[in-house]
Design a protein around this ligand. Structure first.
Ligand code: ADP
Ligand code: MG
Length: 143
């Protein structure tokens, strides 16, 4: 599925739609350059899950947990991870194979421990289409 957006609000709405339709146990990966809209998208997902507290990038921790939505939301940012042992220390498999929703930014850095079935989301700019244009590609969603 490809969704093109032309404003932060549209990216938020698309994330919200993803969150509204998310199913327990799903693992989403989110890839895209700095400033492309990963946080905007994630805030939409959280809103779609009914989460009421503010959601930001977990800069100083690998994971931020939100429990106020219709199911637990585990937001990972593994950008600063040193090695996979750090994931083992936080007990990542309880999250990846639990009944909440995982969303993992910079998931390419932990490729070897990702579950077999993930939903991959990539956000890209294309300046020829305008400063606020984003192309959001989603693969692996259930039919
Ligand atoms: P990231 O988390 O990927 O580093 P952010 O979500 O923090 O990026 O920031 C994205 C920035 O791009 C915001 O300042 C937002 O207002 C701007 N922006 C412009 N157009 C869009 C769009 N179509 N979708 C998402 N963000 C957009
Ligand atoms: Mg961010």
């Amino acid at each position: 599925m490809i969704k093109e957006t032309f404003s932060p609000e549209e990216t938020f709405s698309f994330g919200k739609w993803i969150g509204e339709n998310a199913l327990p146990g799903q693992v989403y990966t989110l890839v895209g350059d700095l400033g492309v809209g990963k946080t905007v998208f994630t805030q939409g997902v959280a809103a779609g899950l009914g989460i009421t507290e503010p959601v930001n990038s977990p800069t100083f921790t690998i994971i931020q947990e939100y429990e106020t939505g219709r199911m637990p939301f585990y937001h990972f940012d593994v950008y600063r991870i040193g090695d996979i042992e750090e994931m083992e220390e936080i007990g990542y498999d309880d999250y990846f194979y639990g009944n909440g929703i995982c969303l993992i930014e910079w998931a390419n850095l932990i490729e070897e421990i990702l579950p077999e079935h993930i939903i991959e989301i990539t956000i890209e700019k294309n300046l020829e289409r305008g400063f606020d244009y984003r192309k959001i590609t989603v693969t692996g969603l259930p039919e």
